[in-house]
Design a protein around this ligand. Structure first.
Ligand code: DQA
Length: 147
């Protein structure tokens, strides 16, 4: 079964309490349960992770490349400036694994600094603005791309 890590960046451990008008009322545990459930639907072994640490995110990309795991990534604020994470994301593609970028909100419709993603040029595809549904669609894409 294809392994997929669903990696969430800084402050996403605060889902449910952080700006619920922007990110919704559901927390990261609900996201975990939903992703695992969707994984069963799509025949994927899904593991949901979250960290506030850039180095940890980079190391998870190395692990994905080394272990042939597909990646769904919400890089959170790292989206807008982490070249280290962009370089690490590239290694996942070099390992012939898809990497889907997901954002719960639509960063293009928000602050000026959110309009640039340094991850998008590296990602297989990007889904924004659809709440948790974006993760489901990204899992469907991974299932299709790795079948
Ligand atoms: C986010 C959008 C980013 O701009 C922000 O820094 C986040 C969450 C989203 O899911 O909409 O932390 O990635």
């Amino acid at each position: 079964m294809q392994k997929v890590i669903v990696v969430n960046g800084p402050n996403l451990g605060r889902l449910g309490v952080r700006q619920p008008d922007v990110y919704g009322k559901q927390d990261i545990e609900q996201l975990r349960r939903l992703c695992e459930q969707w994984g069963v639907e799509y025949g994927l072994a899904v593991e949901v992770r979250q960290t506030d640490d850039e180095a940890q995110m980079v190391q998870w990309m190395h692990e994905a490349a080394d272990r042939q795991m597909a990646v769904i990534m919400n890089p959170a604020a790292f989206t807008h400036y982490s070249y280290a994470l962009a370089d690490a994301a590239h290694m996942v593609l070099d390992a012939d694994m898809p990497l889907m970028e997901v954002h719960i909100s639509n960063p293009a419709a928000r602050d000026e600094f959110r309009k640039r993603s340094v991850i998008s040029p590296v990602a297989t595809g990007t889904i924004t603005g659809l709440g948790f549904l974006g993760y489901k669609l990204a899992l469907e894409a991974v299932a299709d791309l790795t079948k």
